[in-house]
Design a protein around this ligand. Structure first.
Ligand SMILES: CC(C)(COP(=O)(O)OP(=O)(O)OC[C@H]1O[C@@H](n2cnc3c(N)ncnc32)[C@H](O)[C@@H]1OP(=O)(O)O)[C@@H](O)C(=O)NCCC(=O)NCCS
Length: 158
């Protein structure tokens, strides 16, 4: 039984290895075959992405740490600046990804706390829209926070 104490904070550039470990655990759970195939290249490009993007704010992340200092959950936000448009002179939007809670810590409100911190950040810094793709596990959480399906969104994959 893990200890009950945990705290949430925004990740800093010093958290690259913790975020990398949690992101790989997320991949291993959701896409085990592709993750195995990704091998060392997946690890190194992910590390490089985090090293480059955390200091600049191109990627914003939150971490939950236990009282023992172990990172057990993470969430992330990729900001996207759209060209201004009528009614939206500042048009920052964001894509939410990398939501993960280690299995032993699930069902204790960690993901909800991370989402609430992320939404508070988005409100405080002027985001006009956030979007995400959900897994079956995450859907109830996102819907309870007001996220809705978008019937006019289209995607293209080369
Ligand atoms: C989805 C995930 C991040 C939830 O983490 P968590 O810390 O256990 O979530 P919380 O304890 O904060 O629960 C938040 C809400 O979601 C609900 N929920 C959590 N897991 C659920 C599940 N598997 N099925 C249905 N509802 C679920 C909870 O009941 C809770 O609702 P409540 O606050 O009204 O009680 C976690 O299950 C996970 O990492 N799953 C694997 C990776 C994944 O699917 N990530 C999401 C990608 S979009």
């Amino acid at each position: 039984m893990p200890p009950a104490g945990w705290r949430l904070r925004q990740a800093s550039p010093e958290d690259v290895e913790a975020l990398l470990r949690l992101r790989l655990a997320l991949f291993q759970e959701l896409e085990p075959q592709k993750t195995r195939e990704g091998g060392d290249a997946l690890v190194s490009v992910t590390r490089r992405f985090l090293q480059d993007s955390l200091p600049t704010g191109r990627f914003v992340a939150w971490l939950v740490e236990t009282d023992a200092g172990e990172a057990v959950a993470c969430s992330g936000l990729s900001p996207f600046d759209r060209p201004p448009s009528p009614g939206a002179l500042e048009a920052r939007e964001g894509y939410i990804l990398n939501m993960y809670t280690a299995p032993a810590w699930r069902g204790r409100g960690l993901a909800r706390a991370m989402m609430e911190a992320l939404l508070a950040h988005a409100r405080a810094t002027g985001y006009r829209k956030l979007w995400l793709h959900t897994s079956p596990d995450g859907r109830a959480l996102y819907e309870s926070l007001g996220f809705e399906p978008n019937p006019i969104a289209l995607e293209w994959h080369p």
